[in-house]
Unconditional design. Structure first.
Length: 422
């Protein structure tokens, strides 16, 4: 664990903010589905002298000299990523998930081509062609969604009908707020019928795929997987692109560099290598399985207590709660209330939401971070009780302060990796 003594001497203001954030994480519950805690080894690697080295190009093909050790760590990251996902090719240089998706689009498409992705309101992601993003000025995006929001089943018949009409060049599986598992085989069949690439954006569920608790799209012959590395993979913040066949990787590499990015962030690539090494260990499979066990148990407990969940449950790490139906208040009010007691989640649109994105009807919550801290199924009941009590007492500031005190005491039983116990 770093002492941060140099930072404290050099910049007390930033040091104070860092200490405050460490305290917040240690004493609070992180339920944002896209967040996690990294190991001390990954945390250490992110702050190393690899930061000082420019390494434009790829291992063995750099534009600058002095690359012996950067080549070593990037090659390790590549080889471990391929092993984790049973991939033919891996590019570990994307700085984040959205840049990974953009590089993928430019590798596989020409301007004006069509992409079919999940509707944002049904759980999709901004980078899958939401109108507010600049990528929609270059490519055409069409939507698919759920046939039944009570079960979460995607309307594959409507997807096929739209694909036959629009002839997309990419059919994109992936989401940021969809609680069920996708039928990759059905998507692949539709894509083959129209001559489209199949791409899976697995940013949220990558750790559960490599842990063996969710299906690997490559097993259904998907062409490409894009992902972040900092969610369920428990790595540093960054992105990655994987290909089932090595030949397609040549297009991806050229699109990432020099097509879209300059020098890679080598300390983050080194940290990715460390995280991928951790994910290859047997205990990571146990972790991935526990994420889903916790999620299903938390969802079931909340539903038994009267909460309305979109799709009436979950198959993965996240769930969406319709707060208006459950408690008569919008998601933003729930987010603010739970912040007061040290429980962090995010307001979120629900399918067919009549409210606006910044004031939606729902909240999204997930179990990756709390599972990293060692919480199990019974702890999900304690957590749900904190949530429900805070919502019930939301107008009583004294009651909220008392709940917050109890949350802090409870959190001390579950240390955060890399943060010393207070």
């Amino acid at each position: 664990m770093p002492s941060y003594s140099a930072l404290a001497a050099s910049d007390p203001a930033v040091h104070a903010a860092l200490m405050g954030e460490m305290k917040r994480q240690a004493e609070g519950v992180e339920l944002i589905a896209s967040e996690n805690y990294i190991s001390p080894a990954v945390l250490e690697t992110m702050g190393t002298v690899f930061n000082n080295k420019y390494s434009e190009g790829y291992p063995g093909r750099r534009y600058y000299g002095g690359q012996e050790f950067t080549d070593q760590v990037e090659t390790l990251a590549i080889d471990r990523a391929k092993q984790l996902f049973r991939a033919g090719h891996a590019n570990v240089q994307p700085h984040a998930g959205c840049p990974a998706n953009i590089a993928m689009y430019f590798a596989l498409l020409e301007p004006g081509d069509t992409v079919m992705g999940m509707d944002l309101s049904h759980g999709g992601h901004l980078s899958h062609g939401h109108p507010v993003t600049y990528i929609t000025k270059i490519f055409k995006f069409i939507r698919y969604g759920m046939k039944d929001i009570e079960t979460g089943e995607i309307d594959y018949d409507a997807m096929r009908e739209t694909a036959l009409k629009e002839r997309p060049k990419i059919i994109l599986a992936g989401f940021s707020a969809y609680p069920r598992e996708v039928n990759y085989a059905k998507m692949k069949a539709i894509a083959e019928e129209v001559g489209a690439y199949t791409v899976a954006d697995m940013a949220h569920i990558a750790g559960m795929i490599v842990g063996g608790v969710l299906r690997n799209p490559f097993d259904d012959r998907f062409d490409v997987i894009t992902t972040t590395t900092h969610k369920t993979l428990r790595g540093p913040r960054g992105g990655m692109i994987l290909c089932r066949e090595a030949d397609l990787g040549k297009k991806i590499d050229k699109s990432v560099f020099p097509g879209f990015q300059g020098g890679p962030i080598m300390q983050m690539i080194a940290a990715k290598a460390v995280a991928f090494g951790e994910a290859l260990k047997p205990e990571f499979k146990q972790y991935a399985a526990q994420i889903v066990k916790n999620s299903k148990h938390l969802a079931g407990y909340l539903m038994n207590k009267g909460a309305k969940l979109i799709t009436n449950g979950t198959d993965n790490h996240l769930m969406l709660v319709d707060c208006v139906t459950s408690w008569g208040i919008p998601g933003g009010d729930v987010e603010v209330t739970l912040d007061k007691v040290g429980i962090t989640l995010n307001k979120n649109m629900i399918p067919n939401d009549q409210r606006k994105p910044m004031d939606p009807s729902g909240v999204r919550l997930g179990t990756p971070a709390i599972t990293t801290r060692g919480m199990k199924e019974k702890d999900m009941e304690t957590l749900a009780d904190f949530i429900l009590k805070a919502i019930e007492k939301r107008s009583d500031e004294a009651a909220l302060q008392s709940i917050h005190h109890d949350v802090i005491a409870w959190c001390k039983k579950f240390p955060v990796p890399g943060i010393p116990a207070s």
